[in-house]
Design a protein around this ligand. Structure first.
Ligand code: ADP
Length: 595
């Protein structure tokens, strides 16, 4: 597989892992929140159950002692044995008074056959008087064990209630004479549950709901009833003709679904077993809000995860762009470097080419020079040869005076050759020392040498030095001999040009130009014509008569100025005459070395 393929596989695997992680994380959040909410609901349920159960217990216990106490009353006991029935009438009044004071729904007295002989509700239409209740456990239990309790729907009134009973004993007999029973209504308790808006219910030992905050849940069963239980319920007429439908379905997770065909609401069943008659109090917590809170937490977590994912994507995108930018700038940098390298290479090639050109130029110059030297040497030499031969001939004819003249000419020509060789020697002396040289001192020296000629030609000389520099400070880097040579060449040429001029004038100006000293030599001679300007600094270029100039002066001067890192230029003045301008770098060294 290619590297790209590998990368893609890894990336897909990574994404799958991430998705799985996110799913597990979200599920954990959901589960955690659900558990938290359920625990919270359970805590709440337990608190409420404790409250409700204690209020129920209080309601029942308030009456627990009363049947036993009433059974002890002589009137009650006597009423059972009174054949005439006068006492029973008295007992009716007594019982209704007690019922009224105690808050019991009804108090009634049954004889040993279970027939009610006195009742607190004797005056009501649905009075218990004359009814017999042998089928009720509270009667049977009291007869058998001395006391009993039971919850049932009243067979006479149709109103549900809690019955507690006690046997009425007689000292003469071991068998109880009758049973005194008390019916307590729990409707107000149930009403208070309903008003609290909570789902509370009370089931009996068989799992039949006997009290409920929701009236429609009453007399429904929470579990299957055994046939025996069903038979007993029927026999005891506990719930009269109520069908005892199931309240809902117990789901596998323990929740209770109440409603029809699966569209019912689900509840968590929090039970609390009570001491009374095997009763159980149930607090039902609707599951939907728990799911809703879990779902909200899930949504929040999903939102958070999504935001994080988006942030991560954004960061990745930014990083990608950053990397792209870096790559681009790297490419540009590399391109620049390559370009620079090429420029350097080209420059080197150019320099090499230039060096070759210079070399070629040098060779060409050498050729020109050799030709010039040959020419310059040849003329005086042939002159010397002629004068020597003439001299010889004149001597042989004894014309000594004329011969002397010839020897003098030979001396002149030798002098001329000597000058030429001196010039060439100077030219050969290239690249001398570089030390601070006082320009004004050198100028003075050269002017001194030329003093005699200046005088002879009647030249007016103007020398101008920079206003703010002392003459001592005007120093250039070079060596004395070459600077003198340079100045001599320029001044000699000017004096040559001033020959035959009516009012010859020579002007020397020294100027300060930050890095350089500038010396300008100007004359009011004939000036330089165009053609000469173009070749002024070429070797052996001269306009002077043979024997007057070698055409090397400016060439050598040019070389000297170049060598010292300066510049030489020439031109014509507007008023007539030529100017030569030489720029020379200032000396940087210790001024004490300057001479
Ligand atoms: P040379 O002086 O031997 O001729 P240079 O190289 O010194 O050689 O001068 C070259 C030529 O430049 C001169 O022949 C002359 O024509 C011209 N030249 C130099 N200086 C001046 C000047 N001050 N005025 C007019 N022409 C000049």
């Amino acid at each position: 597989m290619s590297q790209h393929g590998h990368y893609r596989t890894w990336r897909t695997a990574g994404l799958l892992c991430l998705a799985a992680l996110v799913a597990v994380g979200l599920w954990s959040v959901w589960h955690w929140q659900y558990t938290q909410a359920a625990q919270e609901a359970e805590r709440h349920a337990q608190n409420r159950l404790a409250l409700y159960s204690s209020s129920l217990r209080g309601a029942l216990e308030r009456f627990a002692y009363l049947p036993g106490l009433l059974a002890q009353q002589t009137l009650v006991q006597a009423a059972l044995t009174d054949e005439v029935g006068i006492l029973a009438t008295q007992a009716n009044g007594y019982l209704s008074l007690v019922a009224e004071r105690s808050g019991a729904e009804a108090i009634f007295l049954m004889d040993a056959q279970g027939i009610t002989i006195a009742a607190s509700n004797h005056a009501d239409d649905d009075s218990f008087l004359g009814h017999h209740y042998t089928f009720r456990p509270y009667f049977r239990d009291a007869m058998a064990n001395g006391k009993g309790e039971f919850f049932a729907i009243g067979s006479t009134t149709g109103r549900p209630g809690y019955f507690v009973s006690a046997a009425v004993d007689n000292a003469a007999s071991t068998r109880p004479q009758g049973v005194l029973a008390l019916k307590i209504s729990l409707e107000s308790l149930q009403e208070s549950w309903r008003q609290a808006g909570e789902n509370v219910l009370l089931s009996d030992a068989n799992g039949v709901v006997i009290l409920s905050s929701r009236p429609e849940w009453r007399y429904r069963r929470l579990a299957e009833l055994s046939s025996q239980a069903l038979r007993e319920i029927r026999e005891q007429r506990q719930f009269m003709d109520e069908p005892l439908e199931p309240l809902g379905d117990r789901l596998r997770d323990g929740t209770l679904s109440i409603g029809h065909q699966g569209i019912g609401e689900r509840y968590l069943d929090m039970p609390l077993e009570l001491a009374t008659l095997g009763w159980t109090m149930h607090y039902l917590v609707p599951v939907r809000p728990l799911y809703a809170s879990a779902r909200n937490a899930l949504l929040a977590a999903a939102g958070g995860t999504l935001a994080l994912l988006l942030l991560a994507l954004w960061l990745r995108e930014r990083q990608k762009r950053q990397r792209l930018r870096e790559r681009e700038s790297r490419i540009i940098l590399e391109a620049n470097e390559r370009l620079e390298a090429r420029v350097e290479e080209r420059t080197r090639e150019l320099q090499e080419a230039q060096a070759e050109l210079v070399q070629a130029g040098k060779l060409a110059a050498l050729g020109t020079m050799a030709a010039g030297i040959a020419h310059e040497l040849n003329q005086p030499l042939s002159g010397i040869r002629t004068y020597a031969a003439n001299g010889e001939r004149l001597l042989s004819r004894d014309r000594t005076q004329a011969a002397e003249e010839n020897f003098r000419r030979i001396q002149d020509l030798c002098e001329r050759l000597g000058t030429l060789i001196r010039q060439l020697k100077l030219f050969a002396r290239k690249g001398g020392a570089r030390e601070p040289v006082n320009l004004t001192a050198r100028l003075d020296f050269v002017l001194e040498l030329l003093e005699e000629r200046i005088q002879r030609q009647g030249v007016t000389l103007h020398v101008a030095l920079p206003a703010h520099s002392s003459p001592d400070a005007i120093r250039v880097a070079g060596d004395e001999v070459r600077i003198e040579q340079l100045l001599t060449n320029l001044l000699r040429n000017a004096l040559d040009a001033l020959r035959g001029v009516e009012t010859p004038c020579l002007e020397i100006v020294l100027e300060d130009e930050t890095q350089r000293w500038v010396i300008t030599v100007a004359d009011n001679g004939p000036g330089i014509d165009e053609a000469t300007l173009a070749q002024l600094f070429d070797p052996f270029y001269t306009t002077k008569a043979v024997g007057d100039g070698l055409g090397l002066g400016l060439f050598i001067s040019y070389g000297i100025v170049q060598d010292l890192g300066g510049r030489i230029t020439a031109g014509n003045r507007e008023a007539g005459g030529a100017w030569f301008r030489v720029e020379l770098p200032k000396a940087e060294g210790d001024p004490r070395h300057a001479r």
